[in-house]
Ligand binder design. Sequence first.
Ligand code: HEM
Length: 258
Amino acid sequence: MNRLVTFYGTSIGKKLVVAITGLIMYGFIIGHMLGNLKAFGGATALDQYAEMLREIGAQFLGNTTFLWIARVTLIGAVVLHVVTIIQLVQRNRAGQPTRKIRRRNASTLAAKWMAISGTLILVFIVIHLAQFTFGWIDIHQTGTEGFVYGAVYSNIWGAFNVWWVALFYIAMMAMVCMHVYHGAWSMCQTLGIDAPDRNNLIRMSSAGLAIVLFVGFSAVPLAMLTNAVPSPEESLKTESVTNEQSDEAERTLSGDLG
Ligand code: HEM
């Protein structure tokens, strides 16, 4: 334990912590975006996916225990990531008293933007959990069902049919993705893997990741707001018709064979 604390005190230890916690957060956000896209497969596909996440490891750990381990890991990663970056920035500043003013202005501006957007994202996450995980904030289109635990498709459908909720999410996704873009780029600088011949590639990959995340995340509120995907009722109706048709086809087939 002491060795770990000593290692964390070194710059290389802190950089490693920034990289590992950053990767954990990138892993979560990419996974979450891909999971949300299940909405395009219909209500059952999304709800069953969410149920599956809740039930991973249930036979060994009990229901939702794995989810809680993942949640605690994620919260730990966020806290450790932010604290360690602040420490590294302070250390870098203390070690470089003669930097050019222009560079300092640019980096101060970027650091300010990261601090402001990071804080807003934390506020967004609190609102987001209150809305879709706990149902404490239940804003939904009149005529749609309110928050029901586990009914993920219906919960987000009702919310995203309120135009300003959908727009709020899309605006927040722009903010998250700009934060991710700059975060990926500055993480490479913190880790010292930036170099003049590589910087274009690093910038382009960071921008590519941010754009994919923005499009992937925004697609769901936009599709629900514009009714490009069916309502929960229509989605379930279509699924039961499809199931009946495939049962019918199976019966016909087994009758023919018999
Ligand atoms: C349009 C974008 C998004 C949609 C539609 C969305 C939807 C959801 C839904 C429906 C849940 C609850 C799932 C369940 O109860 O099974 C959830 C949970 C969560 N979301 Fe999002 N989300 C979006 C973007 C984000 C972003 C950008 C972040 C992070 C910056 C985020 C962080 C979380 C977290 C931390 C949870 C809680 C996971 C848990 O502990 O169960 N979400 N999201």
